[in-house]
Design a binder for this molecule. Structure first.
Ligand code: GLC
Length: 750
């Protein structure tokens, strides 16, 4: 920063300090009066144009002279997607050394599931049921991104969804608000640590605020209709958890919520975020989400966009230009008070001060921090824990390493970019270890017979089949890697069907016909429907898009060097026609049959009862929330409650015994669900309240203990009242949301 700027600031601070007492502003991201003083002193010197410049974010990868002039004039406060080191350094140099006040830039980037070391997609990480794994992953990503000169990630994405047609389900933390809230906290703490100015930490961003995952029909950017109780009881919960974890920024969504777009939503941005939650971090729009309010039909022009956006408190505008082109006129017309601008600028400057950018605007680039052995090991551990064993008939897994030859087949067996999954800008294909490579590393080249059979997941021609069948016939076992190519997953990548694309199913049938055992591994960014395929496979592992180390993770699992422990964080439908299908459904007045259906032929008067069901498919999912197998058999017994009647201010302790009756070590995810049987609003038939990962040796048993209280049973109602209701509750200690497992009950009493 220029010398005279420092003198001006010091003098302004001196004047300020001579005034009456400071109005220090407690910030829930750590009270720091010093920062507040500096903010006030700085804003006092800024012109209106310089203030508005801070509220502008530009997406640019490389520097240009025109941009340098804008930075110098104080017209830009932030960049996203700056890619090369020289540009990062030069942009910042111009801002700090050539602009009038020397305010540093902040660099943002989508670092969603890793930076150069790519972890499994967030939906895969959500299948670990281990928040610590997500925290570690975020910490690795932060360390790598900070070492590459970046300050801020647009993550965690914590939109709740139960619609696998929506491409962005890949980025989310699953369908349950309790589980997603734990992940939100873990991710924020992983990215930010205790001090975001540390040289291995970055600012996080809770997105997309809020309700984006309810996009109608699973189409991205689509309309959302969310009752206030559902918004509070489901969609807002992970965001409140992120706020309580100290997340430095929020990003609003694209969606229209009950007629009001998220970028102009006073209820969300003013009432909930600022007033109820007392949040004083920084809010950034999504990519042009502000000016899209014109297309939504919520604003007539960009002037109205600027007015509505600043009124609800969007501090920074991503890539569109409504603020810089309209705020001065709105102030001149008296429609916007400059105090609102000062508030927005204060939130932006607060972030930059907390990041330490004024003291250290140039983050030392240190490429040695990227792709270290430690980072790769963390990514492998995460991938192992994310994978879900769906089927394992006749203990075909784990396979002995003494096996003579394996066939590695399928469009995802050796496809680095597809294995990385969506939202990967900095991971490199040649750094990915695919299953094909991992099998060769373990067994040696000559024991691995490889043939893709299909070039991509959507390939619809059979010319690769003969080579694949030939490899299969010459091997002792077939590992078949199918699923979705990366292009089919992520933002604006929605699908109306969930089956395996292309001729993958046909290829599997021909592999099956060889009579060799088939282990199928599905890599995908969403739940797929594979009822035919699972019948043909002897074993099936759901690997999501597992990232850089997906290959070694899969190989460790199939050879038993690691044990499968993943559990589904979303419900898997039997068919797309069941959507939305989720575990925390309401019972209705005519609950349908959870067991299978056998509608007789002819014209029965009463088709299996007048209740909530389909005639052509069971109403149960293909695989429920919380589902996942181990290589062993786990038994649950001895459910105990510390009381049958529980007062509002008393804890209830729940215990159960978990036993490993099989021959392999196993990690079980013991899940505690409750049901509020009768309340002032109808409540879900099950709600996850606690869970614990328990690792047991063969023959070992452990007692698992949980504790809940009435705080865990409270919910919002239509009068905006948040409270639990006295009455009967069911307790379930189970291995997934569909099985009741061990069931008991208690009464909550006044
Ligand atoms: C995208 C996404 C958002 C992302 C932003 C910047 O459209 O909606 O999640 O962070 O733009 O890339």
């Amino acid at each position: 920063m220029k010398k005279n700027s420092i003198l001006i600031i010091l003098f302004a601070m001196f004047l300020f300090a001579c005034n009456q007492s400071q109005t220090s502003k407690n910030t829930d991201m750590g009270n720091n009066n010093e920062i507040e003083k500096k903010i006030k002193a700085l804003i006092a010197q800024m012109t209106l144009d310089e203030k508005i410049g801070q509220m502008c974010q530009i997406s640019k990868t490389k520097i240009t002279d025109e941009l340098k002039e804008k930075i110098k004039a104080g017209e830009i406060g932030s960049f996203l997607n700056v890619e090369d080191d020289a540009s990062k350094k030069e942009f910042q140099r111009v801002a700090v050394e050539e602009s009038r006040l020397g305010i540093p830039l902040i660099y943002g980037r989508d670092i969603i599931h890793g930076y150069r070391t790519v972890f499994p997609i967030p939906l895969g990480l959500a299948a670990t049921w281990e928040p610590e794994v997500l925290k570690t992953g975020a910490a690795v990503a932060a360390k790598e991104a900070a070492a590459d000169g970046l300050h801020w990630t647009f993550a965690p994405m914590i939109d709740i969804t139960n619609d696998p047609r929506w491409g962005r389900i890949a980025e989310c933390c699953g369908e349950d608000p309790y589980l997603a809230s734990l992940y939100a906290e873990a991710l924020v703490k992983g990215f930010q640590g205790d001090d975001i100015s540390a040289n291995d930490k970055i600012a996080a961003c809770a997105k997309h605020f809020a309700g984006y995952g309810a996009s109608e029909a699973g189409k991205d950017y689509n309309t959302t209709w969310i009752p206030r109780t559902q918004m509070r009881n489901v969609y807002l919960r992970p965001f409140e958890a992120a706020k309580n974890a100290g997340v430095a920024t929020f990003m609003c969504g694209f969606n229209d919520i009950n007629g009001v777009p998220a970028s102009g939503n006073e209820f969300l941005l003013r009432k909930v975020l600022r007033q109820e939650w007392g949040y004083d971090g920084m809010v950034v729009s999504d990519w042009a989400s502000m000016t899209e309010m014109i297309k939504h039909g919520f604003c007539a022009d960009e002037k109205e966009v600027a007015l509505k956006s600043i009124n609800v408190g969007i501090d920074m505008e991503m890539v569109s230009r409504a603020y810089i082109e309209n705020i001065p006129q709105l102030i001149k017309e008296g429609k916007v008070s400059e105090n609102l601008i000062d508030e927005a600028v204060a939130n932006i400057l607060r972030l930059k001060f907390r990041l330490g950018l004024f003291d250290n605007p140039y983050r030392e680039v240190d490429k040695s921090k990227l792709l270290t052995e430690e980072n790769l090991q963390a990514a492998k551990d995460a991938a192992i824990k994310s994978m879900v064993l769906i089927k394992n008939d006749n203990q075909v897994l784990p396979v002995k390493k003494t096996i003579s030859k394996v066939a590695v087949i399928g469009p995802l067996a050796d496809s680095p970019r597809d294995q990385l999954g969506c939202w990967v800008f900095d991971g490199k294909d040649d750094e990915v270890i695919t299953p094909h490579k991992a099998f060769k590393d373990v067994l040696g080249e000559d024991r691995v017979l490889f043939a893709k059979g299909l070039e991509k997941s959507r390939t619809a021609t059979k010319e690769g089949f003969p080579q694949a069948i030939k490899a299969a016939k010459a091997a002792d076992i077939i590992f078949y890697f199918a699923g979705e190519e990366e292009l089919l997953s992520g933002e604006a990548r929605c699908r109306a069907f969930l089956d395996l694309p292309g001729l993958q199913s046909e290829l599997l049938a021909e592999l099956k016909a060889t009579g060799k055992p088939v282990v199928m591994v599905i890599m995908a960014g969403r739940p797929l429907t594979f009822d035919k395929e699972v019948e043909m496979a002897d074993a099936l592992i759901y690997a999501w898009h597992p990232g850089t180390m997906g290959g070694p993770a899969i190989v460790d699992l199939v050879f038993g060097a690691a044990m499968p422990s993943g559990r589904l964080p979303v419900t898997f439908p039997r068919t797309v026609g069941q959507i939305p299908i989720y575990y925390n459904y309401k019972n209705t007045g005519r609950p349908g049959p959870r067991e299978g259906l056998d509608i007789e032929m002819g014209n029965p008067i009463n088709p299996k009862g007048y209740n909530s069901k389909y005639l052509d498919v069971p109403i149960t999912p293909a695989y429920p929330f919380g589902y996942g197998l181990t290589y062993s058999e786990i038994e649950y017994s001895d459910l105990n409650l510390s009381a049958q009647k529980v007062k509002f201010d008393e804890p209830l302790k729940i215990s159960a015994t978990i036993s490993n009756k099989g021959q392999y070590e196993a990690t079980e995810v013991v899940q505690l669900y409750v049901r509020d049987v009768a309340a002032r609003l109808t409540r879900p038939v099950k709600e996850l309240k606690r869970f614990e990962r328990v690792t047991l040796k063969p023959g070992e048993s452990k007692t698992v203990e949980f504790e809940i209280s009435s705080k865990d049973l409270a919910f919002w109602d239509n009068d905006d009242k948040y409270a639990a209701d006295a009455g009967l509750f069911y307790i379930f200690v189970s291995k997934n949301a569909e099985e009741n497992g061990l069931k008991s009950e208690f009464e909550l009493i006044k």
